[in-house]
Design a protein around this ligand. Structure first.
Ligand SMILES: [Zn+2]
Length: 263
């Protein structure tokens, strides 16, 4: 960064050398130019010297607050507020396969998987029809599909990705609201493809972490139409506002985020 004053002083001296005792017209122009250059230098230093002044961008004001793009929002800022969670299935672990983790490519659901699938033998626990599903944190039940209508063949053949279509592919569900994060976004867990729901899991009811709320099934999967024992698994989502935890992150970042969530 240039020292303010250095270049300006030399221009003033240059103007005086033309005629002793006073300044020439060229000297005054040189002084004005020097002051202008000085003001530019000072402003550039204040803005961090990033050269944005020259490109015509608005002046940047130095701030101790890091910019949003520099902060790993998904992993740190949000996760710090996501405490007290447990696995939804007793003895479960984070699956090794990226294909069952958030952001994995899907031909439906807007192109990506938005949660974690807990399958038998892939998640350290026995997962079969009727396996207990637990609330992952204290919260308020906001959805419990007690009068669930099974997926039809026409719905299973539906290739669009409209929200109502995608919702049908999640089958029988329970949603639990866990309050808001620091930005006012709702933190909600979704439990999908359920076979049945516990009597105490009612909309408006408070549940505790570890409370059995439902049981594993394969509702909502196309396989459920013809193969009752196929695709038995729990699809678990952690929603934050309109998005989901670790949305758009690389697989290793996603894995660390969910491991920390359930730690
Ligand atoms: Zn899933």
């Amino acid at each position: 960064m240039a020292r303010p004053g250095g270049p300006g002083r030399s221009i003033i001296q240059l103007g005086r050398s033309r005629r002793s005792g006073g300044l020439s017209r060229a000297g005054w122009i040189a002084i004005a130019a020097g002051i202008f250059v000085l003001s530019l230098l000072v402003r550039t230093c204040v803005s961090g010297g990033d050269g944005q002044e020259a490109s015509g961008a608005p002046p940047q004001v130095a701030s101790p607050t890091p910019s949003l793009t520099a902060t790993p929002v998904h992993f740190d800022a949000v996760l710090q507020q996501l405490t007290g969670f447990i696995f939804p299935i007793r003895g479960a672990c984070i699956p090794d396969a990226d294909s069952v983790m958030p952001n994995a490519p899907r031909t439906y659901r807007n192109g990506v998987h938005e949660g974690v699938d807990f399958y038998d033998e892939l998640s350290c626990a026995t997962v079969t029809r009727g396996t207990n599903v637990m609330a992952t944190r204290d919260g308020l039940v906001t959805r419990a599909d007690r009068d669930y209508r099974p997926l039809t063949r026409a719905e299973a053949a539906n290739a669009d990705s409209l929200p109502e279509t995608l919702d049908r592919f999640r089958g029988r569900q329970v949603w639990i609201d866990h309050g808001a994060d620091g930005s006012g976004r709702r933190i909600v867990t979704r439990y999908a493809h359920l076979d049945s729901i516990e009597p105490g899991t009612v909309v408006g009811q408070r549940v505790r972490a570890g409370q059995v709320i439902a049981h594993v099934g394969n509702s909502g999967t196309p396989e459920s139409l013809d193969q009752p024992n196929a695709e038995l698994h729990l699809h678990f989502e952690l929603r934050i506002g309109e998005g989901f935890l670790s949305q758009g992150d690389a697989p290793d970042v996603v894995r660390r985020a969910y491991a920390r969530l359930f730690a």
